[in-house]
Design a binder for this molecule. Structure first.
Ligand code: COA
Length: 504
């Protein structure tokens, strides 16, 4: 216990240690909670469980839960099962939560991840009653040091009336010094963010707080949930190779050097495979300016390919977690963990000229991308940071497999059933079939390129038939036959396949 208390360096705070049950008793029905946690890293691991227990005695108990992104430790699952949510934002990735949200049991606000802090600061949505933040410890001068993610913890602490700190003894104290906490201040009053390189440190090493707001401190001792990405397979390796071919051609044409430009990659197995593919490439002295760092970034650091990586969260598989956090000194000088509004800030993304790689559920023949809604209605995870990056990147690249559900779904469709990234924000599409570079092309110039290079051969003719019928029907700048544009989705719902049956 003495060891645990030594993590609270500020003597005036040591008497605020309480159990999770006591802290949960402070949360009132209708409150808005700001929980730390971003893509299974740095989430609070005790209070949510105590809260669910406490709510059992109060059937109508409901809270709003705001986070950085998805939570690990099954927190999103148990919140959804307990039925205690009124509103959840800005991102989730849990199957139980997904199901309940799509059944309309609670409201989910799918938000660009850089926007939550601006809305809290501007008071345009609910303010945080209680922030609950995972920490490796509190410094002598009262700063809360985050753990494996920063996410929205800084703005939650700034905005909240009260703060509960979960000091997680399982999180390495070596993390101290790796965080960089910068708050841009109010819109209209702020200065340019003084960050011109991915390795610029511009803020505090912890979250400075008014100590009177710290209501309680809980000790936990539980590692983060490991990531559930699968290692690269043949198909994701092929996609990675197409993307690397594209980047090589950019170097050959003198648009990029062998160091490319700072890289951002979204969550998931394809994005991880792409980074893996860079291991075998000629690129060198790479820099990463991303949201989440997955396993492959650490392999690239080990291989001497990546010099520096900036992020707001580190989410690793179990073996990689042991390797990285068991030997953190090796990586510490090459990493910075920032708030998500800084990792995803449009000003920085545009200034650094990022190469941004994110995943689509479906893409259409003109280059619009749907990353969130299955068949236009059912939320998968959320837009996450993909919109923050795509709109502002030097190169906005979207990857997806050309087919899903054993070929019954074509990921290239006449018209996406929900638009997250408009054709104006999308530069390059990549599938296992190849890539389509859409830059500078008008809608009619894009169609054949996308169909021939990215669609699965079994759907190419059907797609061309649709396009020709749309041309005949009325043409226009972006030819569509609106009666048929979503018939592929309709047919999948009725017949279980988008294939052939569609007569155009
Ligand atoms: N229609 C319906 N379902 C589809 C589909 C389509 N066009 N394309 C894929 N799917 C299904 C797959 O079959 C799979 O279903 P399953 O879970 O039942 O097996 C599921 O969607 C996930 O597809 P998968 O190919 O495994 O992709 P993924 O795990 O890489 O996830 C996204 C893809 C788009 C869901 C995910 O990347 C995401 O949520 N992106 C948005 C957020 C984001 O980009 N953040 C980036 C910054 S961090």
């Amino acid at each position: 216990m003495e060891q645990a208390y030594s993590r609270i360096e500020h003597n005036g705070l040591k008497d605020r240690v309480v159990s999770a049950d006591v802290a949960a008793s402070w949360i009132q029905d209708g409150m808005t909670l700001g929980l730390s946690g971003f893509t299974r890293a740095g989430d609070v691991k005790a209070l949510p469980f105590a809260l669910v227990e406490r709510a059992k005695n109060e059937p109508s108990f409901k809270v709003d839960v705001f986070t950085g992104a998805s939570l690990g430790s099954d927190v999103d699952k148990i919140f959804a099962e307990a039925g205690i949510l009124r509103k959840r934002l800005p991102f989730q990735a849990d199957p139980t939560m997904r199901k309940k949200m799509n059944e309309g049991e609670f409201h989910f606000v799918d938000q660009h991840l850089s926007h939550t802090s601006e809305m809290l600061r501007a008071n345009t949505m609910e303010q945080i009653d209680v922030a609950v933040i995972e920490s490796i410890g509190i410094t002598e001068d009262g700063m809360i040091i985050p753990t494996t993610s920063v996410g929205n913890s800084l703005i939650f602490a700034e905005n909240a009336n009260e703060i509960i700190v979960e000091i997680n003894l399982a999180q390495s104290e070596e993390l101290k010094g790796v965080h960089d906490l910068y708050s841009p201040g109010k819109q209209g009053e702020r200065q340019p963010i003084p960050l011109t390189k991915p390795d610029d440190a511009i803020g505090n090493k912890g979250i400075p707080v008014d100590l009177n707001k710290i209501k309680g401190i809980i000790f936990t001792n539980q590692p983060d949930s490991p990531s559930n990405i699968v290692p690269p397979d043949e198909e994701t390796k092929v996609m990675a190779n197409h993307l690397i071919d594209f980047l090589k051609s950019e170097v050959d044409q003198g648009r990029l050097t062998k160091s490319l430009a700072p890289l951002q990659s979204g969550i998931g197995s394809v994005a991880n495979a792409v980074f893996h593919g860079l291991l075998e490439s000629d690129f060198e002295n790479l820099k990463v300016y991303s949201e989440v760092l997955q396993d492959a970034v650490f392999d690239l650091i080990d291989a001497g390919k990546v010099d520096f990586a900036s992020c707001c969260s580190i989410t690793l598989s179990e073996p990689k977690m042991n390797e990285v956090f068991g030997n953190f000194k090796r990586y510490k000088d090459r990493l910075i963990l920032r708030p998500q509004e800084i990792s995803n800030h449009p000003e920085i993304i545009r200034r650094l000229g990022l190469i941004s790689i994110n995943t689509a559920l479906e893409m259409d023949i003109y280059g619009n991308v749907n990353s969130t809604h299955v068949r236009g209605t059912h939320m998968m995870n959320g837009i996450g940071g993909s919109g923050d990056f795509a709109r502002n990147a030097r190169l906005a690249i979207f990857v997806t497999k050309s087919i899903a559900k054993d070929g019954d779904i074509s990921s290239i469709v006449p018209f996406v059933s929900h638009v997250d990234h408009t054709e104006h924000d999308v530069d390059v599409l990549v599938t296992e079939q190849g890539y389509a570079d859409l830059r500078g092309l008008a809608p009619r110039q894009r169609v054949e390129l996308i169909i021939n290079n990215c669609a699965h051969p079994m759907y190419r003719e059907q797609l061309m038939d649709y396009y020709h019928s749309a041309l005949q029907k009325g043409g226009g700048h972006t030819p569509h036959d609106l009666e048929k544009a979503f018939s592929w989705h309709g047919q999948y719902e009725k017949e279980g396949t988008m294939r052939q049956l569609v007569k155009v």
